[in-house]
Design a protein around this ligand. Structure first.
Ligand code: ATP
Length: 442
């Protein structure tokens, strides 16, 4: 299983999905760059989420700034509570989360790396928020935080959105954006990084109805994973036993990664914790005026919170397949066409007899609708393999028959089956096949 992880990471680099940040300088821990194909994959995942979450009457989009007033993070509880217990080894200088040490290591003060005893410092609460300064003077008064979640931008804008869009309860605010956490130990590729992207939605509801909406959003979010091609048999629910300071109920959707089960998304019933706190610290009312009952209401919140980068990692590890075809190893990324970075590869069988011209014309036509790849180099079989390796669902080949009857072959990635399609029908056919694409979901 560990191989899947190593193979995926190496394919990601080789094929231009994910690069280590600042690689030529030795890299920067916990930061990754999305290459040409990775950025398409990530954008497609975010687009699928955005459509599902905001192309509906009751949810609006928002893009709040990363830097916010520092009191936001006092109100949210992050200044006091968003900490991990950090211990240092005085001998080898390694750093650990104290809560992850074994009882034995803790009582002996033993370092998990060098094994020496009585070398660990007392744990200190390490706040995971990155700090920076606004303006030219680095002093406490100008200190701000890089947001560790997008949610607070939605809470402080709750009344702005409600008033501007004239919403009644219930309604939601959805955001996609960067978040930063100074994790003590980063690990597992894109799973735990210091800079990442979130897709979060805050749903504001009448107090007393949050349990129903919590159930509703659990179901909606579970179903969504099928739209990016993730099989439900690889997902499970995990109820939180210990609740975060803001939560009344919380559940995670976990995916079975090669290294074990890990959270991808959380659904949280946050009650009115956040709006109450922001009212208290800002001194401003965040109550919604309900026309029908003529009363002022402080809504409760149900949140859905997911890492876009983690979802991207799920798509990558889930897509990775190796199989044997005619005695040779075939590596194929089985992305759902909706998230696949390239939708089609277009090849002239040979570089003469007018085939490249026809293939280039098809490329130009399809490219005005989605990303495609033109390739005339090497044997046709190798060109197919190159597209399989980056998960391109269709390969279109122009051959000598094309010149007579204006048809091309279309090869499907997973079955490798080919059929002939008139050039005039190509775009429609490919759209239809992408729409009807079936993934083994259970
Ligand atoms: P974890 O327990 O893994 O640290 P969390 O419970 O703190 O996560 P939330 O605060 O609920 O996570 O954040 C919502 C989502 O943001 C998570 O489900 C995850 O997908 C993503 N996320 C959180 N921290 C990271 C990180 N360091 N790197 C990448 N994604 C992250």
């Amino acid at each position: 299983m560990a191989d899947v992880m190593d193979n995926t990471v190496s394919l990601c680099k080789r094929k231009g999905f994910i690069f280590q940040s600042s690689e030529i300088y030795g890299g920067l821990n916990g930061c990754w760059d999305y290459g040409p194909l990775g950025v398409e994959l990530l954008r497609n995942i975010k687009e699928t989420w955005w459509r599902a979450m905001t192309y509906r009457e009751d949810i609006e989009g928002l893009d709040a700034s990363i830097l916010m007033h520092p009191r936001v993070w006092e109100a949210s509880g992050h200044v006091d509570n968003f900490t991990d217990p950090l211990v240092d080894c005085r001998s080898c200088k390694a750093r650990f989360r104290e809560d992850l040490l074994s009882d034995e290591q803790r009582s002996a003060g033993q370092c998990p790396t060098c094994g020496n005893k009585e070398v660990l410092t007392e744990p200190r609460a390490f706040n995971l928020m990155f700090k920076t300064y606004v303006g030219p003077v680095e002093e406490d008064g100008s200190r701000v935080f890089m947001r560790p979640e997008t949610a607070q931008g939605s809470y402080v804008n709750f009344l702005n959105v409600q008033t501007a869009m004239r919403h009644k309860l219930p309604f939601g605010v959805a955001q996609i954006g960067k978040a930063f956490r100074n994790e003590i130990n980063t690990r597992n590729f894109l799973f735990r990084t210091r800079e990442f992207e979130q897709m979060e939605m805050q749903y504001f509801v009448r107090p007393g109805t949050e349990d129903e909406w919590y159930e509703y959003w659990k179901e909606e979010r579970w179903k969504w994973f099928a739209t990016i091609g993730i099989p439900t048999r690889k997902l499970r629910w995990c109820e939180h036993e210990q609740l975060a300071h803001y939560a009344r109920a919380a559940v995670d959707i976990e995916y079975e990664f090669p290294f074990g089960w890990g959270e991808i998304e959380g659904v949280h019933n946050r009650g009115d914790y956040d709006l109450t706190q922001h009212e208290k610290l800002s001194g401003k009312s965040l109550k919604y005026f309900d026309d029908a009952s003529r009363e002022k209401i402080l809504p409760s919140v149900v949140e859905t919170a997911m890492g876009a980068s983690r979802a991207c990692m799920v798509c990558l590890v889930d897509a990775y397949h190796e199989e044997e075809v005619e005695g040779e190893k075939r590596v194929v990324m089985r992305f759902h066409p909706r998230v696949a970075p390239l939708k089609a590869g277009i090849f002239p069988l040979v570089k003469r007899d007018g085939m490249p011209e026809v293939a280039r014309k098809i490329t130009a036509d399809l490219r005005s609708h989605y990303p495609v790849f033109y390739d005339e180099r090497g044997a046709i079989g190798r060109r197919y393999r190159r597209m399989d390796e980056v998960g391109t669902p269709f390969c279109i080949t122009v051959d000598s028959q094309t010149l007579g009857d204006e048809t091309v072959t279309v090869r499907e990635r997973d079955s490798m089956a080919q059929d002939r399609v008139p050039i005039a029908d190509l775009r429609d056919q490919i759209s239809r096949r992408m729409e009807a694409w079936e993934m083994p979901l259970n």
